[in-house]
Design a protein around this ligand. Structure first.
Ligand code: 4AD
Ligand code: MG
Length: 444
């Protein structure tokens, strides 16, 4: 017999089905046993009248929460069953795998007359057993939402003449800045884990591919212990040619994100509201844009936020957070493009305007940076000079070569998928990814 998803089985009263999943709940009393079975699509009650099915009693007595079973039986309508008014009367129950007592509490359990309340395990304890933690409805929804996020953006780009590329993550020289890079043993020499596909995205521009994107791992050797930093995350990166300004890059990103949030809201808006208490808001176009110095003036004027002049060429974490309040009050928007960063704070490959200001931006969503983007410097001599100013030499010689034999003007951005997920669902980053990696976390 082929397996039926629980959600489908529930729609076919009278049918004989095979359903498989985890034992979500179990009540075994003298005459009756009730098993709640969960698969990725939902839950269904398996009802056993023990007198009628003596052969199943031994199997049922062995079951524990989270054991995996296969159940063959008939779907019956029963208005007294809370779970959708249907149940399965089994003919056979096969144990696929017995679960030991669970080592974590995935959710807080309130006290009853007989039992004390159980506190939810901390996120770090839960990550020790992440596969068990991921069985909750909320976590499975998180992964499903992330799938729609990435897939809708991928589809949008495919519909707009982009191609998908896969760039190496093992590289011969530290990219971008040299800081925050993981060194790995590579036969009898050292290699590094890519901090960004930046150089190869630009190589693709020099290759004449015109419009490319990549979804892949990004490694950062940062000893940050915040709720938004991880040492390995999924980057959604794109780059495209023949732009006239970084405004083109911002416009594309705003359209891409609007499309994505529309799809997420359509598919999962209600479930997100229910599970995470967060409304998915489809933004309006265009997204508001502000110059960094204007933003600091506004934050000072409106909220008395003052930073030292020396910090004003970059965005402080507090300014990022406060900017959310400001953009909501001033524009009724959740997104804010910030431009006008200082050249000393930006990568050497950002193109600069006649005043030496990088022609790039950060996109802040709900008070957290989700993207850095820019028009890139594609003119070999200028690029070489900007690299030298940052003290980058031989290491990036291979990269500079990309610009020597013809290269279109271009720009692009890098978007953190885990950060997006985290902000969308109002979680910390450890909860918003399949499996977190941090300075103290390399297992499971
Ligand atoms: O701002 P970043 O460092 O920019 C780049 O990698 C450039 N090469 C992009 C470009 O095309 N100019 O990283 C891009 C995004 C950030 O905005 C953030 O969303 C995410 O990647 N990110 C992180 N996410 C989780 N943990 C970290 N440690 C992250 N560092 C960056
Ligand atoms: Mg950045």
């Amino acid at each position: 017999m082929t397996r039926t998803y629980i959600a489908d089985a529930a729609k076919t009263p009278g049918a004989k089905v095979l359903v498989q999943g985890f034992v979500d709940n179990l009540r075994d009393s003298k005459y009756m046993a009730f098993i709640v079975l969960k698969d990725i699509t939902g839950r269904i009650q398996i009802t056993v009248e023990k007198e009628k099915l003596p052969g199943l009693c031994d199997t049922i007595s062995q079951l524990t929460p989270d054991s995996v079973i296969s159940v063959t039986g008939t779907v019956i309508e029963n208005e007294y069953v809370k779970m959708g008014g249907v149940e399965i009367i089994p003919e056979d129950i096969q144990i696929e795998s017995i679960a030991d007592a669970l080592p974590i509490a995935r959710k807080a359990i309130p006290a009853t007359r007989k039992k004390k309340a159980v506190e939810r395990s901390s996120i770090d304890q839960r990550i020790d057993y992440r596969w068990i933690d991921l069985r909750t409805d909320e976590n499975q929804l998180m992964i499903q939402v992330q799938t729609v996020m990435v897939n809708s953006m991928r589809q949008y780009l495919l519909d707009h003449h982009f191609v998908e590329i896969h760039t190496p993550k093992l590289i011969g020289a530290a990219s971008e800045s040299g800081a925050d890079v993981f060194e790995v043993k590579y036969f009898d020499r050292s290699a590094y884990l890519a901090q960004s596909p930046q150089f190869y995205k630009q190589m693709a521009m020099a290759s004449g591919l015109e419009r490319i994107f990549e979804v892949g791992p990004v490694f950062r050797a940062e000893k940050s212990y915040t709720n938004r930093h991880t040492t390995e995350f999924t980057g959604f990166d794109l780059e495209f040619s023949y732009i006239t300004s970084y405004q083109d890059v911002m416009d594309l990103e705003a359209e891409l994100l609007t499309h994505m949030l529309k799809e997420v809201k359509e598919k999962y808006g209600e479930q997100i509201q229910e599970a995470f208490g967060k409304e998915v808001i489809v933004p309006t176009l265009p997204f508001p844009t502000v110059d960094l110095h204007t933003l600091y003036d506004e934050l000072e004027k409106n909220y008395g936020y003052v930073v030292d002049e020396s910090e004003k060429n970059d965005m402080t974490t507090e300014a990022e957070q406060l900017s959310y309040k400001w953009v909501q009050e001033k524009y009724g928007h959740e997104f804010l493009f910030v431009t006008g960063f200082g050249p000393e704070k930006r990568a050497f490959y950002h193109m600069r305007d006649e005043n030496g200001i990088p022609m790039g931006y950060d996109l802040v969503w709900r008070g957290v940076e989700i993207t850095t983007g820019a028009q890139r410097e594609h003119r070999y001599e200028i690029l070489k000079k900007q690299a030298a100013e940052k003290g980058l030499g031989d290491d990036i010689k291979f990269y500079l070569e990309f610009f020597k034999y013809g290269c279109p003007p271009h720009g692009g951005f890098g978007l953190g998928v885990d950060r997006m997920t985290m902000l969308l669902l109002d979680l910390g980053i450890k909860d918003a990814m399949f499996l977190f990696r941090g300075p103290n976390r390399l297992t499971p």
